[in-house]
Design a protein around this ligand. Structure first.
Ligand SMILES: Nc1ncnc2c1ncn2[C@@H]1O[C@H](COP(=O)(O)OP(=O)(O)OP(=O)(O)O)[C@@H](O)[C@H]1O
Ligand SMILES: [Mg+2]
Length: 286
């Protein structure tokens, strides 16, 4: 287990009676998990992920991040932690600042001590992974579309070669096509590099299709940590946590209510829904 939370509490204001994170126990294995963190607005998702690379320190409890033991008021250097757990903020394109795309992506690896030449190699590799073509590497990042800017920002983190990639609402604000492209990119990175990917998202269609493990936060507590099917099959839990269902599940429930179809597992994607319908039609026409 590479990231381990043990009884972590956090509050922004020490005088406040309420914890923003409350008694968090959580283990993340850096070998290839694809995890989605869900929860109502204000439930503590962004706060939680900022603990994963020690951007925020616990108020109580401890967090193991690889061989580092992060405790309240931790004072040691955090460079190694920051390098190994890459955090992509919400709207990361706001943090682009260099004159050219290439320079922007080289900034991280240089900051972690690579030479100009090595940083350039890592940056070029990362830009290729995110699909930004070479002929625009010398343009200003601000000349790009929103979706491309976000890819460049993600490349900036990838170029530092983190073992765990954490992203805060990476698809928010993109058009439907851009959202699917971004998730395909993350899945691709996940499949090729076996990096653990952790993302915060409100987009149930994407989560239901791409994530394996789901963590749900409610009022700063983890109220669910497990497989996506077990969660979405339990409608009581889904409604109790204020979560939406993926579109395919909503349609399936309507069709079931009207007696057109029946199923054991709720369909998480349109393809799964199509299969249920096909099976039903098959029964009718046989
Ligand atoms: N910098 C801060 N200072 C003080 N309180 C904060 C700060 N950031 C967040 N909070 C509070 O902490 C709680 C959790 O916020 P957080 O941003 O982690 O939630 P979230 O689940 O990411 O919400 P959203 O879905 O809206 O992004 C909220 O009550 C929020 O108002
Ligand atoms: Mg947030």
């Amino acid at each position: 287990m590479e990231i381990n939370f043990r009884k972590v509490n956090f509050k922004y204001d020490r005088k406040s009676p309420n914890n923003t994170l409350d008694n968090i126990d959580l283990s993340i294995n850096a070998k290839g998990e694809f995890i989605a963190i869900l929860g109502h607005t204000g439930s503590g998702k962004s706060t939680l992920i900022q603990h994963m690379n020690a951007l925020l320190l616990p108020t109580l409890g401890e967090i193991e991040i690889f061989e580092h033991r992060i405790i309240p008021k931790y004072k040691n250097k955090l460079k190694d932690v920051r390098k190994r757990v890459g955090l992509v903020f919400q709207f990361p394109e706001y943090q682009l600042f260099e004159e050219t795309i290439l320079k922007d992506v080289m900034f991280g690896p240089k900051n972690f001590g690579l030479s100009e030449k090595q940083a350039r190699e890592k940056a070029e590799e990362a830009l290729n992974i995110v699909g930004i073509s070479e002929d625009i590497w010398h343009r200003s990042p601000f000349s790009l579309s929103g979706g491309q800017m976000r890819r460049v920002a993600i490349a900036g983190i990838l170029a530092c070669e983190p073992e765990v990639l954490v992203l805060d609402e990476p698809s928010v604000g993109l058009d439907p096509q851009g959202r699917v492209e971004l998730m395909n990119l993350l899945t691709d990175i996940h499949n090729k590099t076996h990096k653990t990917i952790i993302l915060v998202s409100h987009d149930m269609n994407l989560i239901a299709r791409y994530a394996d493990r789901i963590i749900v936060l409610k009022d700063g507590r983890i109220v669910y940590d497990g497989g996506k099917r077990r969660l979405f099959n339990n409608l009581e839990m889904v409604y109790d946590f204020n979560l939406d269902l993926p579109e395919s599940a909503n349609i399936a429930l309507k069709l079931k209510e009207k007696g057109f179809i029946d199923f054991k597992d709720i369909p998480l994607t349109i393809e799964e829904l199509a299969n249920i319908i096909k099976r039903t039609l098959g029964d009718i026409y046989e």
